[in-house]
Design a protein around this ligand. Structure first.
Ligand SMILES: [Zn+2]
Length: 71
């Protein structure tokens, strides 16, 4: 039963959806720009960005905005 469920859910590892991605994006960008290990702090977010053009775009504009504020 559990094995079947695991197989249905696909590969092991953190998988996040767009809602979670948007919710964590601010923090992710902050950590990244601070030089912290954002991938370790929010596992799966980068993988989501790689596979989701909408979130990727949001990430890139947020990142540009936050880094512009710091300079
Ligand atoms: Zn997404």
């Amino acid at each position: 039963m559990t094995d079947t469920l695991d197989r249905l859910l696909g590969p092991r590892g953190p998988e996040i959806g767009c809602d979670e991605c948007f919710a964590e994006l601010d923090r992710f960008v902050e950590l990244e720009l601070a030089g912290s290990d954002a991938d370790a702090a929010i596992p799966g977010l980068r993988a989501h960005l790689d596979g989701c053009p909408a979130c990727r775009e949001e990430y890139e504009s947020l990142r540009a905005l936050v880094s512009a504020e710091r300079h």
